[in-house]
Design a protein around this ligand. Structure first.
Ligand code: CP3
Length: 345
C-alpha cells in the first residue's frame, strides 16, 4: 500500500510534491513487447479475469518506466462481462456485444440484472488488485478505473465501436426514460467495479468518459453528468474524471466538485484549462500522443511546455491527452518520465 505522501496522492489532494507525478493512460498494453509476449494465446477479457496475468501486466510498465502510478490492467467492459452480458474485445477493433441494447425492451432486459451480481463475481478483480498492491512500493499507488455510463453506453447501444455514437446519443432524445434507466444501471455497474478495486487496495480511481466529447454541453448536463456523479459519489479515495474533447464543458467535468482531478486532452493548453476549472481541482494531462514519434528535441520542448502551463493549476499530474498508441516506442515514454522527474536530458 502506498503512503499518503506518495507524489500522485499528494497531487490529487492539491499539493505540489517535489517529484512531479507522471503516469500514462494505456501504459499497460501493446506498446510493450513483454505485454505482447504474455498475451499470446489468451483473449483480452480472459486475460483480465486471470489474476496473476492481470497483475503481471499491470506491473510491467511500472518496472520499465519508473512511473508514479500503476493503472489496473482491465477494461471498461469487464464489469458487464461479470454481470453476464455477452461481450468480447475484438483485436484492433474494440468491445463488441452479441446483443446491442437499442429498444425499451432491450433496456428493460439488461437492467433487470442486479448490479450486486457484479460485486459477487468480482473476486478475480479483487485478487488481481491484491497481487499488484503487494508488489508496489510505498511511493506508487494503484489507480483503479471504470467506464463512465455514457462511454459504456456508446458501445452497448451501438453493439460495437462507432464514430459519433449516434445510437446512444439518439436514445437520450428519442426515449429519455429508457436512456436514464440504462445510464443509471451502468453507473451502478461501474461503481461496483470501482468498489472491488478499492477493496483490493486501489488508492485512487479514474472514471473514463472517453467519448463524452461527442456530446453537447446541454446533453452532457442533462443526460450524462448526473449518472457519472452516481458512479463516483461516496467513494473515499481521490477521483479523476477523464474525457476527450470536453473543452466546451470542462468546468462541468468537475461533477459539482466531487472530482479531485480532471483530465484534459491535447486540444486545450493547461493554463487555459486551469482558469476554467478553478483553484479546487487538480489537472491531469496533456502531452499530445501525436508528438510521441517526433524527434526528441521537439517532444522534450512540448513536455516542458505542458509542465510550465500545468503550473497554472493547483496541482498537476503529467499524462498524455489520451492513451498510449500501440505503435509507440516505449523507450520514449521512459525518457518523458525521466525528464519530468528532472533526472536527465
Ligand atoms: O494501461 C492501461 O490503461 C490499461 C488498462 C486499460 C485498458 N482499457 C486495456 C486494454 C484501460 C484503462 C482501458 C479502458 C478502456 N477500454 C477505454 C477508456 C480509455 C480510452 O482509451 O479511452 C475504452 C474506450 C476501452 C474500450 C476498448 N478496449 C478499446 C477501444 C480497445 C482497443 C481495441 C484495439 O484493439 O485497438 C480495447 C482493448 C484493450 N483494452 C486493449 C488493452 C491493453 C488492447 C487489447 C489487445 O492487446 O489486443
Amino acid at each position: 500500500m502506498a503512503s499518503p505522501d506518495a507524489p500522485l496522492l499528494r497531487a490529487l489532494r492539491g499539493d505540489r510534491p517535489e517529484r512531479q507525478p507522471v503516469w500514462f493512460m494505456r501504459q499497460a498494453g501493446r506498446s510493450l513487447p513483454e505485454y505482447r509476449e504474455l498475451r499470446v494465446g489468451t483473449r483480452m477479457l480472459d486475460a483480465c479475469l486471470t489474476p496473476d496475468l492481470a497483475a503481471e501486466i499491470t506491473l510491467q510498465p511500472v518496472r520499465r518506466h519508473d512511473v508514479d502510478a500503476a493503472i489496473f490492467f482491465s477494461d471498461i467492459v469487464v464489469p458487464l462481462r461479470l454481470a453476464g452480458v455477452a461481450v468480447e474485445i475484438e483485436p484492433g477493433r474494440g468491445p463488441v456485444f452479441a446483443e446491442p441494447v437499442r429498444t425499451a425492451a432491450d433496456v428493460a432486459r439488461v437492467t433487470s440484472i442486479d448490479p450486486a451480481d457484479v460485486a459477487a463475481a468480482a473476486e478475480p478483480i479483487r485478487d488481481a488488485v491484491r497481487l499488484v498492491v503487494a508488489e508496489l512500493g510505498d511511493q506508487v499507488p494503484l489507480i483503479g478505473f471504470a467506464g463512465a455510463p455514457f462511454t459504456l453506453a456508446a458501445y452497448l447501444v451501438e453493439g460495437g465501436p462507432s464514430k459519433e455514437h449516434l445510437r446512444a446519443r439518439g436514445m437520450m432524445h428519442a426515449d429519455p426514460e429508457s436512456w436514464h434507466r440504462l445510464a443509471g444501471w451502468l453507473a451502478q455497474v461501474s461503481r461496483a467495479f470501482l468498489a472491488a478495486q478499492i477493496d483490493g487496495g486501489a488508492q485512487a480511481v479514474q472514471l473514463f468518459d472517453s467519448w463524452a466529447g461527442s456530446l453537447s454541453r446541454a446533453a452532457f448536463l442533462e443526460y450524462v453528468a448526473p449518472h457519472s456523479r452516481v458512479a463516483l459519489e461516496g467513494i473515499d479515495v481521490p477521483r479523476i474524471h477523464f474525457g476527450v474533447g470536453t473543452g466546451p464543458f470542462l468546468a462541468d467535468m468537475r461533477l459539482g466538485g466531487i472530482a479531485d482531478a480532471v483530465g484534459v486532452d491535447w486540444r486545450m493548453p493547461l493554463d487555459e484549462a486551469a482558469a476554467i476549472v478553478g483553484p479546487d481541482t487538480t489537472l491531469q494531462g496533456n502531452i499530445d500522443p501525436a508528438l510521441l514519434g517526433a524527434p526528441w528535441p521537439v517532444l522534450a520542448a512540448h513536455v516542458d511546455d505542458v509542465l510550465d502551463r500545468g503550473r497554472g493549476a493547483r496541482a498537476h499530474v503529467l499524462n498524455l491527452g489520451h492513451g498510449v498508441p500501440p505503435d509507440t516506442d516505449p523507450t520514449v515514454l521512459t525518457r518523458i518520465v525521466a525528464r519530468a522527474h528532472g533526472d536527465v536530458e
